[in-house]
Design a protein. Structure first.
Length: 507
């Protein structure tokens, strides 16, 4: 909730307010802790507070219980006790619904969220399809060829079309792009088919998401909370993390530089963040680090949520200035090292031992360190996270359907569009080539038929002429020379006939 124009996130052991300064919220953050320690509630409280400030929010709903933020919270004995013990009544705490837009890349539990093959790009697609280095290079070249030939890649059939086109004409491309084995290209095509089976035919295409549609507020000035249903998506860790990274990249590419602002333009919560870095190639990790480092200058705050801080690479972790650490458990020496590393990342508070405190935290408790006004890390504080104002739990299908179809964006993205693109262009080109080849074959066949007819006619004329001449010569010789003349005339006639036939066959 908001108090003193700041985000009131928690209360410390002395019941003092612990604030997150809006001006420093785009310095990013980390919410970590073991399963069941209260990370999801913490995300809710932060998201609600940003929305109250008029800041749009993106969240991934991994457990299926964030859509209920659209409904006001419900009072209970435990909630009332918590509110009173933290003195929240005096600060004007009240239950409240929030403006929520539901999204789903499968189009089942939210508005259909799509992107295009071109917008996803070869680097993220290669990770999504688990390609090796050689196949990744060929995929990047395929994108280059498509760009050079002005071929638009919207959906998976466009990608398959350009790959098959390159395979069939690979020798024509070798001089400019290098050798590309049809075998390697066929392996990429198979990976595309696997992607289609996993849902690629649904979430690649038009109408693609325009992330600027997320920068909206409701009639009371509260920022829209965009929730991506990820219950099914999380089963494919690479697809989940790659899609969220694409969203983050879209924000980075589309937004202008704004410098320091009084509050963020948007806050992006990346739940189950460890999936982003599992088996991630170095190039991808470097891209994430670059995006996180630079996107704050565009007014976007990124908050990674994961079980253990060690799940985040050091280069990225160093960019996360606001930290909320829920309980960690150490059952092995490796776990103990992880807890120690987490404790050492906080500025020391002489009033307690950070390591022991993290190990002993209860549900809803945390060790936090928010950036101070001068940008320096705040001293570690043991705190109790505030309760959320929206309703906890899940929603039924009727309520979900009403939220989906009640959104102003539903009609914009509900129906898929199949514009003219690489597939259609290459299909037309193939049909034109086929028609030309058939025409050339027909012309050649006709010429061959005419040639054979000419030869038969010439041969027939030659036979007639040769026979006539031979008979006349034979008659004259026999009448003038007797039997010897007959023999001589017959031989001469035969020689002349062979000579004539030979000449005629050469014509």
């Amino acid at each position: 909730m908001l108090a003193e124009n700041k985000i009131l996130a928690a209360k410390n052991e002395s019941n003092e307010n612990i604030f997150l300064t809006p001006r420093l919220a785009n310095r990013h953050g980390l919410v970590a802790g073991a399963t069941g320690t209260g990370k999801t509630v913490t995300l809710r409280v932060l998201a609600e507070s940003f929305s109250d400030m008029g800041v749009p929010v993106f969240m991934a709903d991994v457990k299926g219980d964030l859509a209920s933020m659209a409904d006001a919270g419900e009072d209970s004995d435990s909630m009332r006790e918590r509110i009173q013990s933290m003195g929240l009544d005096e600060l004007g705490f009240s239950y409240s619904p929030y403006p929520v837009t539901l999204w789903d890349i499968f189009g089942q539990k939210g508005i259909q969220l799509r992107t295009t093959i071109s917008e996803m790009g070869p680097l993220l697609l290669a990770r999504l399809m688990d390609l090796n280095d050689l196949q990744s290079d060929i995929l990047a070249i395929a994108f280059k060829i498509a760009d050079d030939q002005n071929l638009l890649l919207y959906d998976t059939k466009d990608l398959k079309a350009i790959l098959n086109y390159i395979s069939e004409n690979h020798k024509d491309f070798e001089a400019d792009y290098g050798k590309m084995s049809p075998t390697s290209i066929a392996a990429i095509v198979r990976a595309v088919v696997s992607l289609e089976i996993a849902g690629g035919e649904t979430f690649f295409g038009e109408t693609a998401l325009n992330v600027m549609d997320w920068f909206t507020v409701d009639s009371s000035g509260r920022g829209q909370i965009n929730i991506l249903d990820s219950e099914s998506l999380i089963n494919n860790g690479k697809m989940y993390s790659t899609f969220l990274l694409w969203l983050l990249s879209e924000l980075f590419e589309r937004l202008p530089e704004v410098g320091d602002m009084e509050k963020p333009k948007m806050v992006f919560f990346f739940d189950e963040a460890h999936l982003l870095f599992n088996d991630a190639p170095k190039a991808l990790v470097e891209k994430v680090e670059q995006v996180v480092k630079l996107i704050r200058s565009k007014g976007v705050g990124v908050y990674f949520c994961t079980q253990n801080p060690r799940d985040i690479p050091d280069g990225v972790l160093a960019q996360l200035g606001n930290r909320i650490q829920h309980a960690l458990h150490a059952y092995t020496p490796t776990d103990q090292k992880a807890v120690k590393a987490a404790a050492e990342s906080f500025r020391v508070n002489p009033s307690f031992n950070t390591y022991d405190t993290i190990m002993a935290l209860g549900t809803g408790e945390a060790v936090v360190s928010f950036l101070e006004e001068n940008g320096a890390p705040g001293m570690a504080e043991k705190v109790h996270i505030l309760p959320p104002r929206s309703r906890l739990g899940s929603i039924d299908s009727t309520r979900r359907d009403a939220l989906i179809k009640g959104s102003l964006l539903y009609s914009k993205y509900a129906e898929a569009v199949d514009p003219d693109s690489a597939y259609e262009f290459l299909m037309r080109m193939g049909l034109e080539k086929q028609a030309k080849e058939q025409e050339e074959k027909a012309v050649a066949k006709k010429a061959e038929t005419n040639s054979k007819a000419t030869k038969r006619a010439v041969k027939s004329v030659g036979n007639t002429v040769a026979g006539t001449i031979g008979r006349e010569v034979g008659k004259n010789a026999m009448s003038g020379m007797g039997s010897f003349g007959k023999r001589l005339g017959g031989n001469a006639g035969a020689s002349i006939a062979r000579g004539l036939f030979s000449t005629l066959f050469k014509l």
